[in-house]
Every structure is written in structure tokens, then in C-alpha cells.
Design a protein around this ligand. Structure first.
Ligand SMILES: Nc1ncnc2c1ncn2[C@@H]1O[C@H](COP(=O)(O)OP(=O)(O)OP(=O)(O)O)[C@@H](O)[C@H]1O
Length: 274
């Protein structure tokens, strides 16, 4: 399909986020292409959720440049165009799945006449038709997560930001959700930004952003990452890049020490603490 928007869906330059007085994202520069699935991967605590919060505009203390669908992240006109699913399901436990969707469809301004068909289609998309009339509070964690995902899909957003949407799902449901993400990009031209720390899911993405300790380790396709690191899997590629970054850091530290070390011409005036 021809992409009618050549510019990226998300563009970051020198992005930095401070949380609790600590820099948790540091100097990130990247572009997320439209109409593709970009996976945000990295170990727990590396900053995936923080980056997603910055993209949807709910994160404080963001500096640098962050542009989403051509506008500054968080701009009010982006609200109907960006769907966001957090790790904690954010739906009403005392409404059924269908009632939740009907409510949010009304909030989104979907006409009353169109709502039943929109809600049915969305329930089908997330494979919840058989549980449509159960109270959300009685559903399993994975099912509640899918109600949240369905809410995000209701308005057919241009950009879907999904924070670990497959956690706790069985392999069949995980596969079905990934099929849905691919359908959304292929048939609707939507952009999906999805986080995971399950590396086998990386293979299902068009592109990957690999994060570690708030810094970008790589921004490439799974194939290119495997090739450039001579690895069989993205997981091996990631580990290779981590080792490389650690070695570079050690070398940097050693260089810094050496520059004031024994072969330095200036005589040390004080012992340097190790
Ligand atoms: N409310 C907060 N206040 C201060 N620091 C925070 C807060 N929330 C998260 N952090 C810190 O920010 C860093 C990044 O957290 P974040 O939740 O973005 O990581 P993550 O990669 O999404 O982790 P996970 O995979 O476990 O969800 C962590 O070091 C975390 O301790």
C-alpha cells in the first residue's frame, strides 16, 4: 500500500526524561516509520513504559524534541488519533465488556447508530465475542487486558501504543493478537508501537528499538540486527550489543583512568578513589 504520509509517525531528537530526580531516558534520537510495527524491547526497568508515556504525552519532565504524527507529543488534537493501552487494564469492572466499549464509543463521539456494529467488530478483533456480556470484573487478567485493547481500537487510531499487551496470554491468543497487529498495519496503514521483554516477539516486528538503561542500543530491522551481530536470534543480537556496550564502557573508563594514570606527564597530587 502507498504510504500517504512519508514523514515518520514518531520522531525523537535528544529526548531525555527525568523521573524521581533520576535520568531514566537519555539522549534518544530515533524515527518510527508509519504503517509498520515497531517493537520496543529491553530488560525490565530500561525505560520502555516511560518512553511510551512520553509518546502519548502523559509523562512529565520530557526535554528534547518529540513529534507524533507531525505534532508535538501530547498535543490535544492527537487524542483521537493515538490509542494507548497501559499494562494495567483501565476499564470499568462493574460493566460488561460490551457496555465498556459502548460507553467509550460514546465518549469518542461515535454515532449511536454506528455503535453496535463498531462494538461487535472490535470484540471480534480481540476475540472476546463469547465473553461480551460478562462483567469485566469477572474476566481473567488476559481477557480484561483485551477489553482495554478493544477500547483503544474503537476509534481506529493512526498510532497504537501498546505496553506489553501479550503478558499473561496463552500462545494461541498471543499469535492471534500479533496477527491483528499485522492486519492493522497492512489493511489500515496504522502504526503500532509495542513493548515487550519477550525477545521471540521481536521477530514479529518490522523494526526494533532496543533499549538498555535508558539508552538506545539499536534501531533497526530484526534481520539487519541479526546480520550485523552475526546472531541467529534477536535475543542473541541483543546480548551481543549489551556485551559490546559494556566493553566500550570499560574501555572508556580505562582510557579516562589512563589519561591521569602513571604514564601521564603531570605528577598526581592526590590518590584517586577507586
Ligand atoms: N513514578 C516513578 N518515579 C520515579 N521513577 C520511576 C517511576 N516509574 C518508573 N521509574 C523508574 O524509571 C525507570 C524506567 O521505568 P519503566 O517503567 O519505564 O521501565 P520498563 O522498561 O517499562 O520496565 P518493565 O518492563 O518492568 O515495565 C526505572 O528505573 C524505574 O525505577
Amino acid at each position: 500500500m502507498m504510504n500517504k504520509h512519508p514523514e515518520p509517525a514518531v520522531e525523537a531528537a535528544g529526548l531525555r526524561v527525568v523521573r524521581g530526580g533520576r535520568t531514566v531516558l537519555d539522549d534518544l534520537t530515533f524515527a518510527i516509520p508509519r504503517g509498520q510495527i515497531t517493537g520496543l524491547l529491553g530488560p525490565s526497568g530500561c525505560g520502555k513504559s516511560t518512553l511510551m508515556r512520553a509518546v502519548v504525552g502523559s509523562q512529565a519532565q520530557v526535554t528534547g524534541t518529540l513529534t507524533v504524527l507531525g505534532r508535538p507529543a501530547g498535543h490535544r488534537t492527537l487524542r483521537p488519533e493515538v490509542g494507548y493501552v497501559t499494562q494495567a487494564p483501565s476499564v470499568y469492572a462493574d460493566l460488561t465488556a460490551r457496555q465498556n466499549l459502548d460507553y467509550y464509543a460514546a465518549v469518542l463521539g461515535i454515532h449511536r447508530r454506528d455503535r453496535p456494529a463498531t462494538v461487535d467488530r472490535t470484540l471480534r478483533d480481540v476475540d472476546l465475542t463469547s465473553h461480551a456480556d460478562a462483567l469485566t470484573g469477572t474476566l481473567s487478567g488476559g481477557q480484561r487486558g483485551r477489553v482495554s485493547l478493544a477500547v483503544a481500537l474503537l476509534g481506529e487510531p493512526e498510532l497504537l501504543v501498546l505496553d506489553e499487551p501479550t503478558v499473561g496470554l496463552d500462545p494461541v491468543l498471543r499469535r492471534d493478537l500479533w496477527r491483528l497487529f499485522h492486519r492493522l498495519t497492512e489493511e489500515r496503514g496504522a502504526t503500532v508501537l509495542v513493548s515487550s521483554h519477550v525477545m521471540d516477539e521481536a521477530e514479529r516486528c518490522h523494526r526494533l528499538l532496543l533499549l538498555r538503561d535508558g539508552r538506545l542500543l539499536a534501531d533497526d530491522t530484526p534481520d539487519a540486527l541479526r546480520r550485523s551481530t552475526a546472531s541467529y536470534t534477536v535475543e542473541d543480537a541483543f546480548l551481543h550489543l549489551v556485551d559490546q556496550a559494556d566493553a566500550a564502557e570499560r574501555e572508556g573508563t580505562a582510557d579516562a583512568k589512563n589519561s591521569t594514570g602513571p604514564h601521564d606527564t603531570a605528577a598526581p597530587t592526590e590518590a584517586t578513589p577507586s
